[in-house]
Design a protein around this ligand. Structure first.
Ligand code: AMP
Length: 114
């Protein structure tokens, strides 16, 4: 995959409001938040899309979701609830081609999404 803005954030080449980091995952606030809490959970491994993930990435995908859930719990979002989203490719609305999980919370979400 080509480099992306998220790759630059992971390498600390451009700034971001980082809220969580471990060996495999980086999380930072979305620049254009769609909810009071809007954080992106990004694997340090440069996967472009969910479609590119394979069986070898099963643990990594689990870590991304568990990191998002733990963050939501710490921020008091788990009780009221929150949403996680992975957009994939054009019809999914993906604009940055480095896999990421959106965590949205702090307001009531609507369904179906647009
Ligand atoms: P997606 O449309 O699912 O690919 O989501 C990409 C998200 O990245 C959007 O919600 C953007 O607002 C967000 N975004 C783009 N550039 C940055 C940045 N430099 N720092 C934080 N979030 C960003």
């Amino acid at each position: 995959m080509g480099d992306t803005i998220f790759g630059k954030i992971i390498r600390r080449e451009i700034p971001a409001d980082i809220v969580y980091e471990d060996e495999d995952v980086l999380a930072f606030r979305d620049l254009n938040p769609q909810a009071p809490v809007h954080v992106l959970f990004v694997p340090k491994k440069p996967l472009a899309t969910l479609d590119e993930a394979g069986a070898e990435d099963a643990e990594l995908l689990g870590k991304l979701l568990l990191a998002a859930a733990a963050y939501a719990r710490r921020e008091g979002l788990a009780g009221p609830g929150y949403r996680t989203v992975i957009n994939c490719n054009e019809h999914g609305g993906q604009t940055v081609f480095h896999l990421h999980v959106h965590l949205l919370g702090g307001r009531r979400m609507h369904w179906p999404p647009g």
